[in-house]
Design a protein around this ligand. Structure first.
Ligand code: B3K
Ligand code: ZN
Length: 878
């Protein structure tokens, strides 16, 4: 229970070369026999062997077949009298554990009468005593024994080498993993499962068996995941020359899982939410998420598994890189430049609404952190999404081919090793000796060491007399916990100059390295509009004072789709901030100006723009994003203003929304391709606006149409969009539709999650959401134990419904503290995620701020908190 520092890293004093595990699986008491070949590390001074173990019952320890003395020191098993010399010795440890009681869902646990494991980051120590750290890589042989009727399928990593019957209706399976791996990549699964199977032949002629294991009723929901897996395999070979290195690649789904999925070698385990899809039960968003997460876990096979992390501070080495790879995969599959841009915009939206606040809050940490109390708290948007941006900037600096060459060198140097972020950056730079990355590497690596989001302030100056334009870019970065002063970053700034007529007069990549730099452009006929940070070329906040006219020009003409979208967002944001600041302005009285409304109308009616782009451009900046721009936040006001703006857009563009709905609503047979997805999204957005307008005007036509759409829909996207339109608009028909929806899908847990989340996240009207949430947690289908279900109600309410959560009476905060405490006793990881809903409490306006502090302090005062929650609340109060 103490803080761990990156600077304290030391190589292990022992290596574990081979592991033979034998499991007698039983939910109440599973026996684990662990036989290891262990060797002293000649490079480290002789010392006792300290093995990690948690919640284990230790029955026996043998060294080279003989009993030995040992000590238990906290969560470590300490062996002092080990053979001298550097020859390997055999260490045998026999323990038992209780999978059915494992509510933390770390280590070995049961879910729906099956066994699953989750070992990353430190779950293997809950299965057996071990050097549970990623730089200890061993060869595994695993024998599973269990009742054959209850657990007909027995899986572990690698290849099945033997199986057969045992006495008393039991059977066994023996698996050998041909690849050495760290313990966090170990997995086993046992249960009544069925598989979709696919045989494929790789480019080199090698055959592979792909299997997706699910519960018997779910087989018809695995086709999309299998297609995504095949596409991932083909993509990694084509783009990076990385083939599948296993005879058999298995994916298993479980409905009780702390996160999305896990890349265990050859045996990925997935949350059902990110694996199962049918058009009747999953939305377009689900289909796209499944594609990217199946890709992500598959890509880890090389970036993470073949080359892993030396220590957990290097987590972004595998996560940032693998997110970058899955983003590129999705973009390559999306195909057209405009579909790529849509994906890019969506990724940036996640970064700016989740990672920027993290970087500005109490949990801010560098992409490569220097310290942690609980590593599970560091599976963050900073490690993942900002880490991916850092890799993306490298690719921008060395080019796509240069980056592929860098990856090749990285594998040549480090395949089979546990390495650091420095090793990765060095390989990319060394493969590109003449590049700016190579020239600036030490400075570039500040992206790994310095936390916080840099700001780039851009100011332009036009000299009509000489036809020259100068652009000054100045960077800064606010202090973050433990880092008061920051040095300048290397910031690739893709920029262009757009003429008033829409013609582009300049376009280049400028690499900003100094605190301030000035660029000049000459020979211009008229003052240009700068389009800066195209494609969001760096994870920074761009401060620039645009006039409305300039933004309208960019929205109409910028050749960069990202900045075109961004111009529309800036226009909307400026209005939201303006209204929020006008004290005494009642939201009901606010008026959107005609130029803005007309600009939105032209985007919506634009003959060339894709529906997906229009959907993004017509969606106002989120409440969270708006709040981040304010020094002091009254979430109620932000909510009311955004709602009022949406109502205005609904009313002012009413005929355009009608047109948009009718023109985009029917796509024929369901296909989750980018064009159809965009059309459904825009139709859904239109329907919401139409219902919002109708409720305001007391008109029932559109709500009636929405209900009809809800009933007739042939896929979940259209059905759910129609339901959401009713719920969001607050029309009385919503109650009826919600009831029907529940009745239709009461046997589909993933759809019930949507049902819960839609209600918990609905716009608050006079404080109605908290009472509803209190009812929902009493609903017979609710369960705090199931992470998906708990998140669907509680996290949605606390994290994704600012208007409903930040109540003047502080009841939302009391609810939050109750649930954090209750959850922490069963599942600290899920509790700690929920705890982070209060990260930005310091920005809240009084009296919310004091009430929030009190609620956090109430949690912090509990003596029995997990490290996970303790770290979050302590940092929040620091
Ligand atoms: N590597 C896992 C995440 C493990 C989280 C442990 N608390 C999934 C992924 O990033 O692919
Ligand atoms: Zn990952």
């Amino acid at each position: 229970n103490h803080v761990i520092y990156r600077a304290d890293y030391q190589a292990p004093a022992y290596w574990i070369e081979t592991v033979e595990l034998c499991f007698d699986l039983d939910p109440v008491k599973t026996r684990v026999l662990n036989r290891m070949k262990v060797r002293r590390n000649p490079e480290v001074a002789a010392q006792p062997l300290r093995l990690d173990g948690e919640e284990l019952n230790l029955a026996r320890v043998l060294v080279n077949g003989q009993g030995t003395s040992f000590k238990l020191d906290g969560n470590q098993l300490v062996l002092e009298n080990l053979p001298e010399g550097h020859e390997p010795f055999e260490l045998e440890i026999f323990t038992t554990c209780a999978p059915a009681k494992n509510t933390k869902l770390m280590g070995l646990y049961t879910s729906n009468d099956s066994f699953f494991t989750q070992c990353e980051a430190e779950g293997f120590r809950r299965i057996t005593y071990f050097l549970d750290r990623p730089d200890v890589m061993a060869s595994y042989t695993v024998t599973l024994r269990a009742d054959k009727k209850k657990y007909p399928v027995l899986l572990s990593n690698g290849n099945l080498v033997d199986q057969g019957e045992l006495e008393d209706g039991r059977h066994f399976a023996k698996w050998v993993d041909p690849h050495r791996k760290p313990s966090y990549l170990f997995a086993l699964v046992a249960g009544q499962l069925v598989a979709r199977e696919q045989r494929i032949t790789a480019r080199n002629g090698r055959e592979h068996l792909l299997q997706i294991f699910v519960r018997p009723g779910d087989l018809d929901k695995t086709e999309h995941a299998m297609n995504s897996l095949m596409a991932s395999i083909a993509w990694d070979e084509a783009r990076f020359g990385l083939p599948l290195d296993l005879e058999r690649f298995m994916i298993v789904a479980t409905s009780d899982f702390n996160m999305g999925a896990m890349e265990n070698k050859g045996l990925n385990i997935f949350n059902t939410k990110l694996l199962l899809a049918s058009q009747a039960t999953a939305t377009d968003m689900d289909f796209l998420n499944i594609e990217s997460v199946v890709g992500h876990e598959y890509f880890h096979n090389w970036t993470g598994n073949r080359i892993t992390c030396r220590d957990w501070f290097q987590l972004s080495l595998k996560e940032g890189l693998t997110v970058f790879r899955d983003q590129e995969f999705s973009m390559d599959l999306a195909g057209s430049p405009s579909a790529r841009a849509v994906k890019r915009i969506e990724d940036v939206r996640v970064l700016r609404t989740a990672q920027f606040p993290e970087d500005a809050g109490p949990m801010a940490h560098p992409v490569r952190p220097d310290q942690y109390l609980e590593i599970n708290n560091f599976y963050t948007v900073t490690i993942y999404e900002k880490g991916a941006e850092v890799v993306r900037m490298m690719q921008t600096l060395v080019g796509r081919e240069g980056f592929a060459a860098g990856m090749k060198l990285y594998f040549e140097r480090h395949d089979g090793q546990a390495v650091t972020c420095d090793d990765f950056a060095q390989a990319i730079a060394d493969a590109n000796p003449g590049s700016q990355l190579a020239a600036l590497l030490p400075q570039f690596k500040r992206w790994y060491s310095q936390a916080g989001t840099p700001r780039v302030k851009a100011s332009g100056h036009w000299d009509a007399a000489t036809g020259s334009y100068t652009l000054t870019l100045a960077q800064s970065c606010a202090p973050t916990p433990g880092q008061p002063d920051k040095d300048p970053f290397v910031i690739p700034v893709a920029l262009g100059l757009v003429g008033a007529d829409g013609q582009e007069t300049a376009s280049r990549l400028h690499v900003l390295t100094q605190a301030s730099e000035t660029l000049s452009f000459t020979g211009l006929a008229a003052e240009p509009v700068p389009s800066i940070l195209r494609g969001f070329s760096a994870p920074v906040i761009l401060d620039i004072e645009y006039t409305d006219a300039q933004l309208l020009a960019l929205l109409a003409h910028d050749s960069d789709p990202f900045n075109r979208w961004e111009a529309g967002q800036r226009l909307g944001l400026a209005r939201a901030l303006g209204f929020i600041a006008q004290e005494g302005l009642a939201p009901a009285a606010l008026q959107l100006d005609a130029p803005y409304v007309e600009a939105m109308r032209s985007v919506l009616r634009h003959p060339q723009l894709d529906a997906a782009f229009k959907d993004l451009a017509l969606t106002l900046p989120s409440e969270t994003y708006i709040a981040e721009q304010l020094p002091v936040v009254d979430p109620q006001r932000v909510h009311a203003v955004r709602e009022a703006m949406r109502l205005q857009l609904a009313l002012a563009l009413r005929e355009d929304w009608e047109w948009a709905y009718e023109a985009h609503k029917d796509n024929g047979a369901y296909q989750p391709d980018p064009v159809s997805v965009g059309r459904r999204a825009l139709a859904g957005l239109a329907l919401t606006h139409l219902c919002v307008a109708a409720v305001h005007q007391g008109d029932t036509v559109w709500p009636g149409k929405a209900l009809q759409r809800f009933k007739d829909a042939s896929n979940m996207t259209d059905r759910f969009n129609a339901l959401s339109a009713l719920v969001i608009s607050g029309h009385p028909l919503a109650a009826n539709a919600l009831q029907r929806f529940h009745a239709m899908f009461r046997h589909e847990p993933l759809v019930l999650d949507k049902w819960f989340a839609l209600q918990a996240g609905a716009p608050d009207r006079g404080g109605n959401i908290l009472p509803l949430v209190r009812q929902l947690v009493q609903h017979p289908d609710f369960s705090l134990r199931n992470p998906n279900r708990a998140r669907s109600v509680i996290t949605t309410y606390c994290n994704a419904n600012p208007g409903g959560f930040h109540r003047a009476d502080a009841a939302g905060y009391v609810f939050w503290s109750d649930k954090v405490i209750e959850l922490d006793a069963m599942n600290p990881q899920v509790a700690a995620r929920l705890a982070r809903a209060m990260d930005r409490w310091r920005k809240l306006a009084e009296p919310l701020r004091s009430a929030a502090r009190e609620a956090i302090a109430r949690v912090a005062a509990r003596p029995e908190l997990s490290n996970d929650v303790r770290e979050v609340v302590t940092r929040a109060l620091a």
